[in-house]
Design a binder for this molecule. Sequence first.
Ligand SMILES: *Cc1c(COP(=O)(O)O)cnc(C)c1O
Length: 395
Amino acid sequence: MDLRTQLGLRPVINVSGTMTSLGASIAVPAAVEAAAAILPQFVEIADLQRCASAAIARACGSEAGFITASCAAGITLAVAGTMTGDDLAAIERLPDCSGLKHAVVMQAGHLVNYGAPIDQAVRLAGARVVPVGQATEAHGYQLEGAIGPSTTAVLHVVSHHTVSYAQIPLVTVIEVAHARGVPVIVDAASEYDLRGFISRGADIALYSAHKFLGGPTAGIVAGRKALVRAAYLQNHGIGRGMKVGKEGIYGSIAALQAWGARDHAAVRESERACLYLWRDGLAGQPGVRAVIEPDPTGNPLERLRIHIDARSAHITAWDFVDALAAGEPPVIARDHEAELGYFDLDPCNLHPGQERLVLQALTTALERARSERRPATPLAERRRRQIAQRLRWPD
Ligand SMILES: *Cc1c(COP(=O)(O)O)cnc(C)c1O
């Protein structure tokens, strides 16, 4: 019996991507085995983190690295490291940052929310965010103007969450920051490119172990040795509440190794087969146009974008997503932009055979919409309902 049924949990099918709210990703067998193997053992954690440093250095081309609780924790610790260096007293004083540089410069279009506001991850270190430009545009000269004597770091975000146009490219960010002796931290939480940010000059690159890598819930900090050490030493300060266990460290090492050995072409091929199945299976459905879309930040993957003409389909994109989530089995689609009239299906976290259940759920929801012809849910009401539901927990 499915353990979710035993627990009274809904057996959700995830076509939304690597979402924290759904349990991130399917952990790869090597990571599962590694976590299980080390849990009953004692180890000297600093030595296990030395192993992690070597594994991260190999995978990312960095001087050093360590594992923490999450990428969000990595942001806080990396920022704190740039503030304190290896001053253990300053580390224990944080988030009191008197006497320390504490301004973190970020493009306004990078002030994202990945389940929590990114500026809060910065503020947890005692730092403050200095925004550059506006959401709609930012320029190198504005970045130059924002860097001053109290600047401790520039934080650059690579993500589909950021504004996707008229932002300062990473090469320019690195050039401007380095000319002023300021380190650049790259939040690359869900980027496949483990080496590119470091090789282009980023001082620290941060990844989630539990996203594309299929590791346990953890964060990967890679970068220059002195900065990595300074971030790591925060475990004796504000990092304590972001502790990662031996299973997270060893599981992440295993996931990094498995990533290097993975047959990426075969994975892509089987994901493409899902996209074709859904696209072809939706052909001829009134008001539905399904298009294969490349990943917006250039990761080597594609998703199926389903554009909905609500008048012909008799359902809006967001009501469609909600109908799928309420179905049997529940299918959770990628709906960040549903109000624009489309949603995406991401095949990266499917178990074999689930792609057929997804197609069935899509056609069932469309047929029902055509027969029931319910009025569209106003967007404002949908968003109110989502927040009300959040506030009801644990009921
Ligand atoms: C997911 C994500 C995070 C948070 O990563 P966690 O490891 O879940 O804390 C941070 N930044 C971006 C851009 C993300 O996509």
